[in-house]
Design a protein around this ligand. Structure first.
Ligand code: ADP
Length: 499
């Protein structure tokens, strides 16, 4: 099988990618399409589900052509996806009834607030490991059933299907034959009981969501079905791995031991720690979730979800026109630091604050501006905020688990930023490592699919990252960074004045 390949289909918030991996875990080709964001109303974020499928099909075809690999050489397909994003479609026609509601979207904040007022916080947390928020799929399903004319009746009659993006793509790839998901994605819906490993009847009743809409839930590494005739060069390729993007990244780092922790700097920032075979509870607003399930073994994780990370860099580029490209920010921030060591702070609470604060009302702010403040200082403040938010989460994670963290692995678009990489190490006073190939999420999906199809025999057989870049903390900077962090905590407190 070593002359074959595994394909990862990575459907993220801002793009859809297909990547071919060889047996050594090296990405040999990538095809990508940007995904437009739809902002119909303030605070809403939506995607066109039909476009997501069209793009997926296109990049899957493109990547094998680009790599000059015969399609039958693809031994298996793994899907990884933006999580929580909610799609409902018609069982008969396969057509979505509306746009996909994206994880970041705030259109269901009101519903989330009402659920909290009903005193459901503890019950929901106990069953799902999640804290009630518009972020998860449940309130998005409730909203669609409520707001799309005729949806509720059709759903009751069993005519509508719900899926996160993995389920949608699987359904389309199998030409409607399979309606399934994996445990990691199910654990983000706020409907899945992470202890019993089943949809929770009590929650379905409370939220008024018909069970018939929900997909069958399988292990992350298992046979989900085969590509239908028209989907991939008329070849039936098994789809043998599915995981939500953050869990896939954990797997891509081979973070299989208790206490292993990774941070992905993507649109948001997601810090995930493997907590082994028991559900670790947080007293500090972290989520308990399913890390993966392979060979009948379920592993859990604690997660800190930070909503705005790379999105703040996008804002510098597209909102403020302050930079041309995200790539420029590393040098600019470094110059800013050298010119004015005293920090300016940006709290990027553009859509409230996620972990560990969970404040839907907080809004962004800047502090410490003077007449001498330059563009470079603002760029630095933005990158610094990514690292501060990571420290906020790691601090409570260590408290909740009583595990003394000694190192961190990072990936995602922002991980390629040298200034951020070093600042993160200095701020944590901890070694921070990133793989040179930062497609860790896709690699994780490929690992799951490869294990599912016997391409790699077992977890022990998975290849190591070919090259890593390690940054050691500068110990001389410890005190200065500590002072800066205290300033950050004050800035955070000040942005929560609506509370
Ligand atoms: P997603 O999967 O959420 O779409 P990616 O992992 O592809 O995210 O990362 C894209 C994000 O990373 C964007 O928000 C972008 O602004 C940010 N980004 C990309 N390159 C850099 C860089 N060199 N420095 C800082 N941020 C970056």
């Amino acid at each position: 099988m070593t002359d074959q390949y595994i394909m990862a289909l990575d459907q993220g918030t801002t793009s859809t990618r297909a990547i071919l991996f060889d047996h050594s875990g090296t990405a040999i080709a990538t095809a990508q399409k940007e995904l437009p964001q739809i902002f119909r109303e303030s605070g809403w974020v939506e995607h066109d589900a039909t476009k997501i499928w069209d793009d997926a099909r296109q990049v899957m075809a493109e990547v094998v052509i680009q790599a000059n690999v015969a399609p039958y050489k693809v031994a298996g397909i793994g899907i990884t996806n933006q999580r929580e994003t909610t799609i409902i479609w018609d069982r008969k026609t396969g057509e979505p009834i509306s746009s996909a509601i994206v994880w970041q979207s705030k259109q269901t904040s009101q519903i989330a607030e009402e659920l909290k007022k009903q005193g459901l916080t503890e019950l929901v947390h106990e069953k799902t490991g999640l804290w009630i928020d518009a972020y998860f799929s449940a309130t998005k399903i409730m909203w669609l059933l409520e707001n799309i004319p005729g949806a509720r009746q059709k759903a009751e009659a069993g005519e509508l299907l719900f899926g996160t993006v993995d389920t949608w793509l699987l359904y389309k790839l199998t030409n409607g034959a399979i309606h399934a998901s994996d445990m990691t994605n199910a654990s983000r819906t706020m409907l899945y009981n992470i202890h019993t490993l089943d949809w929770d009847d009590k929650l379905l009743e409370l939220f008024d969501i018909p069970r018939a809409m929900l997909p069958k839930v399988q292990e992350s590494s298992s046979n989900f079905g085969y590509t239908a005739d028209f989907a991939f060069f008329g070849i039936q390729v098994p789809i043998t791995g599915i995981a939500g993007d953050q869990q896939a990244a954990l797997i891509g780092h081979k973070a299989f031991n208790v206490g292993d922790v990774k941070n992905t700097f993507g649109t948001g920032s997601f810090i995930v720690m493997n907590t082994g075979d028991h559900v670790a509870q947080s007293n500090n607003g972290l989520l308990s979730t399913i890390a993966y399930s392979i060979n009948g073994e379920v592993r859990y994780a604690l997660e800190g979800s930070v909503f705005v990370a790379g999105a703040a860099v996008q804002w510098l580029r597209d909102g403020l026109n302050l930079i041309k490209s995200a790539k420029d920010t590393s040098d600019m921030a470094q110059r800013g630091y050298e010119q004015h060591p005293e920090p300016v702070y940006l709290v990027p609470a553009f859509s409230g604050l996620g972990a560990p604060y969970w404040d839907q009302q907080a809004r962004g702010a800047m502090f410490g501006l003077t007449r001498a403040t330059t563009k470079n200082d603002l760029v630095r403040a933005t990158l610094d905020s990514l690292a501060y938010q990571t420290r906020d989460v790691l601090t409570v994670m260590a408290e909740d688990t009583a595990i003394d963290l000694s190192s961190l692995v990072i990936d995602g678009g922002g991980a390629a930023n040298d200034y951020l990489h070093q600042f993160q190490a200095d701020l944590l006073q901890m070694e921070v490592t990133r793989p040179k190939q930062v497609e860790t999420t896709a690699l994780g999906a490929a690992f799951l699919a490869g294990l599912g199809v016997g391409y790699w025999a077992s977890v022990a057989d998975l290849p190591d990252a070919s090259e890593v870049i390690v940054r050691q903390p500068e110990y001389a900077k410890a005190e200065e960074r500590e002072r800066a962090y205290l300033g950050w905590k004050k800035a955070i407190a000040a942005t929560q004045f609506f509370k």
